[in-house]
Design a protein around this ligand. Structure first.
Ligand SMILES: CC(C)[C@H](C(=O)O)[C@@H](O)C(=O)O
Ligand code: SF4
Length: 468
């Protein structure tokens, strides 16, 4: 009998084409997602070399980072963004790749549309020139970001040169309390391990909490694997996965689905499989979390206070956390619920799917956005937007005073017209809170959609567990 293997080992083994003596492998790539930021030089490289895209049918292109989230018909005012978008459209046309442009209802954030279209499936190797490709690991796929030269390599060959990572299992057992969401789980994990805790690893998320979690929740968790330093994160596929995938436009149908499913059912870590590192958390004790600093590991409970970096022993850590506190304009000891906010951003590939919008709408219904707050909802895709509107969620948000916008990366990163003004403080459902991430001198607090919605109403952070 062969040695027990992890989920990662199995997907890896099934995709190795060639192994060099030093362990470097050539991996087959099943799916390649392409967006406007990291693809222009890759296509240019193909042009110069006179090469074609090896498997256009395994490649899908979409615009997300540079597009405006207001009326699209007005075009793109910013010259650089306009060129990025036009270039992707041209490249997709020239190389025969399916492309969702800014007027297509299927357009959205690259990591939202892959799963939505059934382009993302269990057991696959999935890459994109984007770090949050880890999102797709929620399906039990090996999915990670690649650099632009690798984008060119995959376009040309449908393969990638890779070294295998080590196996890390993060087990979260128990039942999440009311008001505690997948976003809080992922922030808790990063708070525990730090942003370097996953370096050199592929994470498998295991335990009762992930078994009970929806596909969208699993995507939120896998999305932020990269903030925890890991190459990728994954959840073994199960009935929840199969039910989600079934009937998606690009998923296999009928007998082909049944055959695929039989393979997918083998994609779980064997009893006794070896993990290089294990981390355990109790999900039953988690509170809603808020980040106070400029790293996703700077998490604190909603019932907590801004920590005092002066108390940190390690000199470097102390200096960096002191700087974070100064950047954030906070004073140690301040209650988290006393921090006033100016902006709310419910969006990004972490938290802008339909369940996120429902969770936010539930808190917003019948209420008004606080007079000081400018609050936005940016659906992850045109399909999410359409579903939300069919459910009347847009009305709930608009009546409360939210801006209901067009899909895209938007204010997750300041690469388009959407950004914080200097000094503005934002409750954001995105995944990064680095200096300037949402705009020059902007201040980001990472939270769940429910927490962001509650903050929009109150004008400061609120413990959602105290709401009905
Ligand atoms: C623009 C892109 C390369 C980048 C990434 O890789 O993550 C972006 O999506 C981000 O979230 O910072
Ligand atoms: S939504 Fe944010 S994190 Fe996700 S791909 Fe876009 S910029 Fe990157």
């Amino acid at each position: 009998m062969s040695a027990p293997r992890t989920l990662y080992d199995k997907i890896w083994d099934d995709h190795v084409i060639d192994r060099a003596e030093d362990g470097t492998c050539l991996l087959y790539i099943d799916r390649h997602l392409v967006h406007e930021v990291t693809s222009p030089q890759a296509f240019e490289g193909l042009r110069v070399a006179g090469r074609k895209v090896r498997s256009p049918e395994k490649t899908l292109a979409v615009v997300d980072h540079n597009i405006p989230t207001e009326d699209r018909r007005a075009g793109i005012a910013d010259e650089e963004s306009r060129i990025q978008v036009e270039t992707l459209a041209m490249n997709a046309r020239d190389f025969g790749i399916e492309y969702y442009d800014e007027l297509d209802v299927r357009q959205g954030i690259v990591h939202t549309i892959g799963p939505e279209q059934g382009f993302t499936l269990p057991g696959m190797t999935i890459v994109c020139g984007d770090s949050h490709t880890s999102t797709h690991g929620a399906f039990g796929a090996l999915a990670h970001g690649i650099g632009t030269s690798e984008v060119e390599h995959v376009l040309a060959t449908q393969t990638l040169i890779q070294k295998k990572m080590r196996n890390l299992r993060v087990t979260v057992d128990g039942t999440l309390p009311h008001g505690v969401t997948p976003k809080d789980v992922t922030l808790a994990i990063i708070g525990e391990t730090g942003t370097a805790g996953g370096t050199g690893f592929v994470i498998e998320y295991a335990g009762e909490v992930f078994r009970a979690m929806s596909m969208e929740g699993r995507m939120t968790v896998c999305n932020m694997s990269i903030e925890g330093g890991a190459r990728a994160g994954m959840v073994a596929p199960d009935e929840t996965t199969f039910a989600y995938v079934k009937d998606k436009p690009k998923a296999p149908k009928g007998a082909a689905f049944d055959a695929a499913r039989r393979y997918w059912e083998t994609l779980r870590s064997d009893e006794g499989a070896f993990f290089d590192k294990e981390i355990r958390l109790d999900g039953s004790n988690l509170p809603p979390l808020v980040t106070w600093g400029t790293s996703p590991e700077d998490v604190v409970s909603i019932t907590g206070i801004v920590p005092d970096p002066d108390l940190i022993e390690d000199e470097n850590t102390r200096a960096s956390k002191q700087r974070a506190l100064a950047y954030m304009g906070l004073t140690a000891g301040t209650k988290i619920t006393d921090i006033p906010i100016d902006r709310v951003f419910i969006g990004s590939c972490t938290n802008s799917r339909i369940e996120d919008l429902r969770a936010a709408a539930q808190i917003v219904a019948g209420q008004k956005v606080h007079e000081r707050v400018n609050a936005w909802i940016v659906p992850g895709s045109g399909i999410v937007k359409m579903h939300a509107e069919a459910e009347g969620l847009d009305k709930i948000f608009k009546e409360a005073g939210f801006d209901w916008r067009e899909p895209g990366c938007s204010m997750c990163l300041a690469m388009n017209a959407d950004r914080l003004a200097p000094g503005e403080r934002c409750a954001s459902t995105s995944n990064r809170n680095f200096e300037g991430r949402q705009g020059h001198r902007g201040r980001t607090h990472l939270v769940s959609p429910a927490m962001a919605a509650a903050a929009a109403i109150a004008g400061h952070f609120v413990d959602v567990r105290t709401l009905a």
